[in-house]
Design a protein around this ligand. Structure first.
Ligand code: GLU
Length: 487
């Protein structure tokens, strides 16, 4: 029987969820579910200087909000906890000491000043500084004396300086690195007793029984170091699956400054979680079929790690917007109304507009919620417009026709007591029929007069209804004034 698949997502609590990170979480989750295995959440907070209060909650909320649930993690517990690295602090040192005893690691007492000096000297000579194994050559007695005297220390890996290391990556295939290039005597335990990421990831992945390590491609060339540690301990190595970077285009990464790096950037613009998740999974993976829309369950079914791409995934905002549009169209009306209301309120609060009706007109036109205010602003105040808008070839209308049209509808509208769409419709249609004019030649000018723009959600009747009687008549009169003397 095969071992149970155990994957993990190991974010550092920075306060934000990068889209690339979210995609990593998704793939790990999907793979675990697909294989009937376990998905583990581990918080990597050994870098205490970067601690951001509330950041862990951002991780929980984002993942849960996206439908990514973990089987083991800080808040749900599990058999191999704790799942927060800082709470595991005490367990790393003995492992590092074991490596010291076996010759795979050593104590280093070099001070920051000494290291800086050697770094500057190396750089001045045109080289790159790598720790020079200075402290490896201390005698056991010298080491013990310094430890006894309480001299601050770190523990470094005693990396090989020659030879090569190879491993098989599920996405990138057989990888070979020269040890002289990728290895260095990296710090395993810092002066404050905390492990470095480089050490902790190995210890934790082993102790947590992780079978598949799926993470960003930036770790591709560090993996030989981690394998060196697995071998030093005599531990079985996980299967590595490195994921390419999520890019904005071929040259650019998603960036914080451009507001396209974080999940929260998109949510606050009015992208739906389902659309983000659906599209994000497809940036870097394909199902091998034409299917584009997936529920989480369908993704679990379809997910195949062998279909992960090894070319950088381009996160195309237009494609995401299209997904969003499609997901918004599919929302139950009530849900759309609930989600659109704060966006309506930005420009229409207190205007007495029938939001339920507006939602019906807007839902099929909404690509992203943050477009709503601009689309409905004309209901709050008539925008200034050019009388050229009254000219429309297909509708067979121009300013002159428009003058006739507005004169025709004015008394009709004034005569409507109960301002419903049905009444507006019946009265206007009857008047148009009686006039011998074409529908378009009347309704186009009316819509221009009351909206001030060529493109609106809904037609003249719907807009007149939304505006109400007084505002409609006021705008109509305004249109007539604009048309006076127009060619
Ligand atoms: N804490 C690391 C990061 O956020 C995790 C990398 C890994 O998955 O091992 O990049």
């Amino acid at each position: 029987m095969n071992k149970e698949v155990r994957t993990r997502f190991a974010p550092s609590p920075t306060g934000f969820m990068h889209l690339g990170g979210l995609r990593t979480a998704l793939y790990n989750y999907l793979y675990a579910r697909k294989m009937g295995g376990k998905f583990i959440l581990r918080i990597e907070d050994t870098d205490q200087e970067r601690f951001v209060p509330g950041a862990t909650e951002v991780i929980y909320d984002t993942l849960r909000g996206c439908g990514i649930n973990w089987d083991e993690g800080p808040d749900v517990g599990g058999p191999v906890g704790p799942y927060i690295q800082s709470e595991r602090k005490a367990l790393y040192l003995p492992y590092a000491q074991q490596l010291v005893r076996s010759g795979h690691a050593y104590y280093c007492f070099c001070t920051k000043e000494e290291l800086d000096e050697r770094r500057h000297a190396a750089e001045a000579a045109g080289g790159v500084f790598k720790y020079d194994k200075h402290c490896l050559h201390l005698s056991p007695e010298e080491v013990q004396a310094k430890l006894d005297a309480g001299v601050p220390y770190v523990i470094r890996m005693n990396a090989p300086t020659e030879g090569e290391t190879s491993y098989d990556d599920l996405v990138f295939g057989h990888m070979t690195f020269r040890n002289a290039d990728t290895m260095d005597d990296m710090v395993l335990i810092k002066q404050d007793g905390m492990p470095t990421y480089n050490f902790a990831n190995v210890i934790d992945d082993h102790l947590m029984g992780i079978t598949h390590v799926m993470r960003g491609v930036e770790y591709l060339s560090s993996t030989p170091r981690y394998n060196y540690l697995y071998d030093a301990f005599g531990w079985e190595k996980p299967q590595y699956i490195h994921l390419t970077t999520v890019m904005r285009d071929a040259q650019h990464k998603l960036s914080k400054r451009d507001g396209d790096a974080y999940y929260s950037d998109f949510v606050s613009k009015g992208y739906l979680t389902e659309a983000i998740v659906n599209y994000l999974v497809l940036v870097g993976w394909n199902p091998g079929t034409e299917q584009e829309f997936f529920t989480m369950d369908e993704l679990v079914d379809a997910f195949d790690v062998h279909r992960l791409n090894n070319a950088p995934g381009i996160f195309d905002i237009n494609k995401l917007t299209w997904f969003n549009f499609e997901y918004i169209r599919r929302l139950p009306r009530e849900k759309y109304l609930e989600m659109a209301t704060p966006w309506f309120d930005q420009v229409l609060a207190g205007k007495g507009i029938d939001y339920a009706r507006l939602a019906e007109l807007m839902q099929e036109r909404t690509e992203v919620f943050n477009q709503i205010p601009d689309m409905v602003r004309f209901l709050a105040a008539l925008p200034g417009y050019d009388v050229a808008l009254y000219t429309h070839k297909k509708m067979k209308t121009n300013p002159e026709v428009a003058r006739t049209a507005l004169a025709l509808v004015k008394p009709v509208l004034e005569g409507i007591g109960d301002w419903t769409e049905a009444n507006l419709h019946d009265a206007l249609m009857a008047a148009i029929a009686g006039s011998g004019m074409k529908n378009g030649a009347v309704l186009w000018p009316l819509r221009i007069a009351i909206s001030g723009q060529a493109s609106t959600p809904g037609g003249a009747i719907e807009i007149a209804y939304l505006l109400g009687r007084d505002e409609t008549l006021r705008r109509l009169a305004d249109g007539q004034r604009r048309l006076e003397g127009a060619e």
